[in-house]
Design a protein around this ligand. Structure first.
Ligand code: PAF
Length: 283
């Protein structure tokens, strides 16, 4: 696997592949890779001739300086994992390479970015759109792969592709969970042993809520999840929203949509975790 740190070299290598008729898949990441990322890479390797994985902790999407400072970084371990799962290129630029000058572009994804993460992480999705669009321009992939754990991000990236009239395909991939059900996340490694044990309650509650939803109203099911999180010591719930899976707008009744997802964000100690569950699958 090649490790490349400049856009110029990346373009040169990819232009050669394109000239030879090869298809290119991109998996954008912020590193600290785990099996969730590995599943995205494996999917790209299966779908494309060449798979590029970007590893870049993007400063413009962090609304909290401490979160940016503490975000886990381990390029050597990341490259070892990528080698194992068959990636062709790791693109690991420095901040100056991606942002030679401040990116002043302002995106609007309303109403998709006005709910859930939006109010809690001001500027976050603008930063995501800045870096992901730059990566799309640099790599010009045929397909790009994103995990459904970041459910709102995936919807916003699809909307960005629509707004910018880009021609690549966005592929959403299912959440990968630890054996006990915790959604895989680079942030999990920041949890203390006690917090890690406690964190399993998030997915347990979401799965239990699927059963509760069968015979109860949406409001009752939502309150069940909120109560379970609020009554767990060490948790601080930011939101639990049950939304239409396409518009991301909260709904009030199970009959209001044919695609329904519950999205949660909370602090477990000092670590912010997100997860989601589908009450009705997309048709
Ligand atoms: O989901 C992530 O890891 C990041 O938000 C992304 C898409 C790589 C952009 O920095």
């Amino acid at each position: 696997m090649k490790v490349i740190s400049t856009i110029a070299e990346l373009r040169k290598v990819l232009d050669e592949h394109r000239a030879a008729g090869k298809t290119i898949g991109l998996v954008p990441t912020m590193g600290a890779l785990h099996n969730g990322h590995a599943s995205l890479v494996e999917r790209s390797v299966a779908d494309n001739d060449i798979t590029v994985v970007s590893i870049f902790v993007n400063p413009t999407q962090f609304n909290d300086k401490n979160d940016l400072r503490n975000y886990p970084r381990d390029l050597k371990a990341d490259c070892a994992l990528l080698d194992k799962v068959g990636a062709d290129i790791a693109f690991a630029p420095e901040v100056e390479e991606m942002y030679p000058e401040p990116d002043t572009r302002v995106f609007s994804f309303a109403p998709l970015d006005e709910v859930m993460e939006g109010p809690f992480r001001p500027g976050h999705f603008n930063g995501v759109a800045q870096i992901v669009s730059k990566l799309f321009y640099a790599v010009e992939p045929h397909r790009a792969y994103f995990g459904e754990k970041d459910f709102q991000q995936l919807a916003i990236i699809r909307e960005m592709v629509r707004q910018l009239s880009l021609s690549l395909e966005i592929v959403g991939c299912p959440i990968v969970r630890e054996q006990d059900g915790l959604a895989m996340s680079s942030r999990n490694m920041l949890l203390t042993a006690e917090e890690r044990e406690r964190a399993v309650k998030i997915s347990q509650t979401l799965f239990k809520s699927l059963e509760i939803a069968v015979n109860n109203s949406l409001a009752y099911t939502k309150a069940y999840v909120e109560d379970a999180m609020n009554s767990t010591e060490g948790f601080r719930l930011e939101y639990y929203q049950i939304v239409d899976g396409n518009t991301l707008q909260p709904i009030e009744n199970w009959e209001d949509s044919s695609y329904i997802v519950g999205c949660i964000a909370l602090f477990c100690g000092n670590i912010r975790l997100i997860d989601n569950i589908k009450y009705k699958e997309e048709k």
